[in-house]
Design a protein around this ligand. Structure first.
Ligand code: GLA
Length: 746
């Protein structure tokens, strides 16, 4: 609901209120954003009262001498007129002027939303948008602020449009998607940081005086710092979350002012940004998604529901995603039609639904130094052609998918020989190299046309059911403003592919999760989370990812042991349990599995298919206890089925009893708890030869009231720690897991 009442502007969702006020001087003030307020009586007392004399602070003019910009809470702050905090917009006009002051001009409410930025959220006509126009009549620049309200999901979507109303070009140096000013400074900032193979691991820090920046200058949203951040108000059960619908360099900035206020700014990173706004032209920022709740877990659920509703589109929206086998860690570049066929035989026999042919299938691509850019099928690998190989995969009852990396070129390629000038690089300067490859200049129409035509031909030939769109290096040598233009060109190219192949399931990848963002998710329904499939590392990676992105977008694979990224050994059942929370795949040589592990995989896939809606679309919750264990739950949409995974991080010999407590179980319901069957390799008993057959059962079957489950919970059988083997003893060991199924009895 949106209401404009005199100088007050109110946005309301199911549980939140966002309140703004137009001040006497025309500034647009943020009064508050938080828990829902049902009566606005006395709201004039919320804002700070400036009835004092602050001789050192500037004020706008003599008529408003007690309105100090430095102490105001702004919706879209500017620089150079007395507010010394970071501005939401910076520009140079009339030659060299930079001071800007935006005053209220008009507002309107309309159905639907503004979709001017190419990667944007969806909304139907029942959704309302507020447009507020602010303007600086001296600089002749206007800013339109957009607020779209998703009531059910407690989401407010924000963006801005900058309009040059003057007769000369204006240089835009920054234009944030949102600014949120808070009246307090007691915040903890949560961000999701890392690098290759440890993407989106949560970091927290208390905000102190000054500026904290979480950003990416990689040219993509990046694995170093996700655009997802939360501000948590210490001791108040209040959390504000922001994410950006953008795939390029971004900046999330938090600033604590000397006057006890906090400012949060989210948008394109100004560090390599510049845009010349011509007279009459409008610049649209990407959209930022904002939510408020009492915990990160609840706020994340708002994001999950919003993303599944308004970001994911096309045929695969809300659909069951297939269990896949990927050839990369199974074969790397050592592929041949015969080897891949053997892998496909085994995969279909075990229950896989999609065969993904990863890197190495094209041109001279026998290793990572050559071939990128030449999108023709390699006759060495597929003497009968790719179409006939794809047909053979379908005969086995699986879909067929293909890996591509359109944005790149190796110098050792025909494409580079023919078009050395197609690189995104500084003319005349030796370009920075990464993985022997270079980024193509997608801002050129002819480059995009070449990629679209050559790759479409292959995808059409084999009727690809799935495409893994990879991007394996970051930007360098780019001119100011280039990255923004590149991102728009990328969206144009991707949207052409998506329209040409509407039934194909697109998965976004960038050396794992280097471009896991809402911008790419507007075009591709899922993302390869990380190249690191070590189950222990995956706990932090998947938990961090789920802080902002739903299970339905997060691809996880069971890979070999020892893990190729860590050399850690683990049981295949444990690897499955961790990978099953999200979109399941296998990425190992299935033909090399022992008979026992093959059987385990067959059972895993059947189990996953039975509970697929819970794993892919359930509500994720987690509990970590004392660093010795962690528990994940996913609750089905109808609340009837809960799958729960228990992971032993580090066995601690305390004799403590593990308990299964479900704080969210229905008090008046009854639940039945069972365990997913696991087979324990006798070898893991070492020299305790006779123990194996006695421990195999691990019986677990309980019927318990929701009232008990949600309060004291039930005791789980003891784990083996030298304490003897009984029919219910759990043999888990370090990095072992157990999966429980809790089902409402009706
Ligand atoms: C990247 C991806 C991997 C794989 C390789 C192939 O690293 O993240 O999954 O596709 O490229 O070169």
């Amino acid at each position: 609901m949106i209401r404009i009442c005199g100088d007050l502007i109110e946005l309301q969702t199911r549980s939140t209120t966002y309140l703004m006020r137009i001040l006497a001087g025309g500034q647009l003030e943020n009064v508050c954003y938080g828990r829902r307020i049902d009566s606005l009586e006395g709201c004039e007392f919320i804002s700070e009262n400036f009835d004092y004399k602050l001789t050192t602070l500037p004020y706008a003019d003599e008529e408003h001498s007690r309105c100090f910009p430095e102490r105001l809470l702004y919706e879209y702050p500017t620089a150079g007129r007395g507010d010394y905090r970071t501005a939401a917009i910076e520009c140079v006009y009339s030659g060299n002027l930079t001071a800007l002051e935006l005053r209220y001009r008009s507002s309107r409410i309309f159905s639907g939303k503004c979709n001017a930025f190419p990667a944007h959220a969806l909304a139907d006509e029942s959704t309302q948008t507020l447009e507020i126009t602010l303007a600086d009549d001296f600089a002749r620049l206007a800013v339109r602020l957009y607020y779209t309200v998703y009531e059910e999901e407690d989401i407010i979507l924000r963006s801005a449009a900058v309009v040059n109303e003057s007769s000369a070009a204006v240089r835009l140096d920054s234009a944030a998607s949102l600014c949120l000013d808070f009246s307090t400074d007691d915040f903890i900032l949560h961000s999701y940081d890392g690098a290759w193979a440890r993407e989106r691991c949560e970091e927290t820090r208390k905000l102190l005086a000054g500026i904290t920046v979480i950003d990416s200058k990689l040219g993509c949203s990046g694995n170093e710092h996700s655009p997802l951040v939360y501000l948590e108000r210490e001791g108040f059960d209040e959390v504000w979350g922001v994410n950006l619908i953008y795939s390029g360099s971004h900046r999330q900035l938090a600033e604590v002012s000397p006057f006890g206020k906090t400012r949060l700014i989210s948008g394109i990173n100004p560090s390599d940004f510049e845009y010349w706004l011509e007279p009459g032209e409008t610049f649209h920022t990407p959209e930022a998604v904002l939510t408020y709740s009492s915990s990160i877990e609840d706020a994340a659920w708002n994001f999950h529901r919003f993303i599944n509703k308004a970001i994911i589109r096309g045929r695969w929206k809300d659909r069951a995603r297939p269990v896949l086998i990927n050839s990369w860690e199974a074969c790397y570049f050592d592929i041949s039609a015969a080897r891949l066929s053997a892998l496909a035989d085994k995969a279909s026999e075990l229950g896989c639904e999609l065969f993904v042919l990863d890197d190495g299938w094209f041109s001279t691509r026998r290793n990572e130094t050559a071939g990128l850019g030449d999108w023709t099928v390699s006759a060495d690998v597929f003497p009968q052609g790719l179409a006939s190989f794809a047909a053979s995969i379908r005969q086995r009852g699986m879909m067929f998918g293909l890996w591509i990396e359109p944005e790149m070129v190796n110098k050792d390629s025909r494409l580079y020989e023919e078009h050395p000038d197609w690189l995104a690089a500084a003319p005349g300067r030796k370009p920075v190299v990464c993985r022997h490859q270079h980024i193509l200049d997608l801002t050129r129409r002819e480059v995009r046309d070449y990629l679209f035509d050559s790759i479409s031909e292959v995808l059409a030939q084999c009727s690809a059911d799935y495409v893994k769109w990879d991007f394996n290096r970051t930007f360098a040598d780019c001119a100011a403003g280039y990255n923004y233009r590149y991102v728009l060109s990328l969206y144009e190219l991707v949207s052409r592919f998506v329209s040409r192949f509407p039934d194909t399931l697109f998965e976004c990848c960038a050396s794992g999760g280097n471009r896991y963002d809402l911008g790419m998710l507007c075009f591709m329904s899922q993302v390869w989370t990380s190249d690191d499939t070590d189950l222990y590392h995956r706990l932090a990676i998947q938990e961090g990812t789920l802080a902002g992105f739903p299970l339905s977008t997060m691809a996880n694979h069971v890979s070999a042991s020892p893990a190729h990224q860590s050399l850690r050994t683990s049981r295949i059942d444990s690897r499955f349990d961790v990978a099953s929370f999200g979109l399941l795949g296998y990425e190992l040589d299935l033909c090399a599995l022992s008979p026992a592990d093959s059987e385990a995989v067959r059972e895993q896939i059947a189990f996953y298919k039975e509970y697929r809606p819970v794993f892919q679309y359930g509500r994720f919750r987690k509990l970590r206890s004392r660093d010795s264990s962690t528990v994940w739950w996913s609750v089905s949409k109808d609340d009837v089925t809960i799958v729960m995974q228990y992971v032993v991080l580090n066995q601690v010999h305390t004799g403590r009893c593990d308990r299964l407590v479900l704080p969210f179980a229905g008090k008046d319901k009854t639940y039945r708890i069972t365990k997913r069957a696991v087979h324990i390799d006798p070898a893991s008993y070492g020299s305790m030869k006779n123990a194996y057959h006695r421990a195999e059962g691990e019986e677990c079957c309980m019927t318990v009231s929701g009232s008990i489950l949600s309060t004291c919970g039930v005791a789980l059988p003891p784990q083996f720690m030298g304490n003897g083997f009984f029919p219910s003893t759990r043999v888990i060991a370090d990095h072992g897991t157990r999966m429980y199924i809790v089902k409402e009895v009706r």
